[in-house]
Design a protein around this ligand. Structure first.
Ligand SMILES: [Zn+2]
Length: 261
């Protein structure tokens, strides 16, 4: 819903709150993914003092409806209404850790104000499945990352060797390399770093995640021994793109190590 008057536009949008930061006395800057699939930053003026306008709406990983005014150089949030808090996700610190990988990846990989319709349903469904707690959260987050990278245009097709052109069915062992980014038969000698050896099951899984209807991808299976190495390499991939550490992933790693002790 939109109406314009000269340089400003008022609108209402569904949004996922990704990150918030308090500024000055009571204002809050909110990073959110709008229903049009664009990452935006809005200012909620005086939100900490008059919390009625944004009741339970300024918590990361919440689905809300924002009324906002868009000016040429900034967005001002007028009001928010909570649609879905994903409470189960927030009450379980491990689920929250995976949810944070979703939000941090969006905030750090996506340019602001560059819409793509596929992003919003992808993020909402990932949070719904994480919060439902019925499927492996690592696999859900893995599927989110592969779809996200596909939408952002980073993802290779995983259907043939980048060196000799062999098709997926012709080889059993494959190597997925991040620096430089390529997927090749394991028989080639590779220079460069960040390499993982995958078998056809992993590559078929990646291909299916890229191509299947979104609703169906969440039920894809993968052998449990392959889940952690795949998740790890996808997070490292995000890190090569952002040129730094994905903090939420590093936190999950620390958690996993402390549980092993
Ligand atoms: Zn090859």
């Amino acid at each position: 819903m939109r109406y314009s008057s000269s340089a400003r536009t008022s609108e209402t949008t569904e949004a996922i709150v990704l990150k918030v930061r308090e500024v000055r006395e009571a204002d809050v800057v909110v990073w959110f993914l709008g229903e049009g699939g664009s990452l935006s930053r809005g200012l909620a003026i005086n939100a900490r003092k008059s919390s009625r306008r944004f009741l339970n709406c300024l918590e990361p990983l919440s689905l809300v409806t924002f009324s906002l005014v868009r000016y040429p150089s900034r967005i001002v949030l007028k009001e928010g209404r909570l649609q879905e808090a994903f409470l189960h996700l927030k009450e379980d610190h491990l689920l929250l850790g995976f949810g944070n990988v979703v939000s941090e990846t969006i905030v750090r990989c996506m340019p602001e104000d560059d819409p793509h319709a596929a992003r919003f349903p992808l993020a909402v469904e990932a949070l719904q499945w994480l919060s439902a707690g019925r499927l492996d959260p690592m696999l859900i987050t893995t599927i989110f990352l592969v779809r996200f990278m596909t939408v952002e245009g980073y993802c290779p097709s995983f259907d043939r060797c980048a060196i000799c052109g062999s098709l997926l069915g012709a080889q059993e062992r494959w190597v997925w390399q991040l620096a430089p980014l390529r997927c090749v038969c394991a028989t080639h000698h590779l220079t460069g770093s960040l390499k993982w050896e995958w078998d056809r099951e992993v590559l078929r899984f990646l291909q299916s995640v890229r191509l299947m209807h979104l609703e169906k991808t969440w039920h894809l299976g993968l052998s449990s021994s392959k889940r952690q190495p795949l998740f790890m390499s996808l997070c490292r991939w995000v890190e090569t793109i952002i040129g730094g550490e994905l903090k939420s992933y590093r936190w999950l790693q620390k958690m996993a190590m402390s549980q092993r002790r």
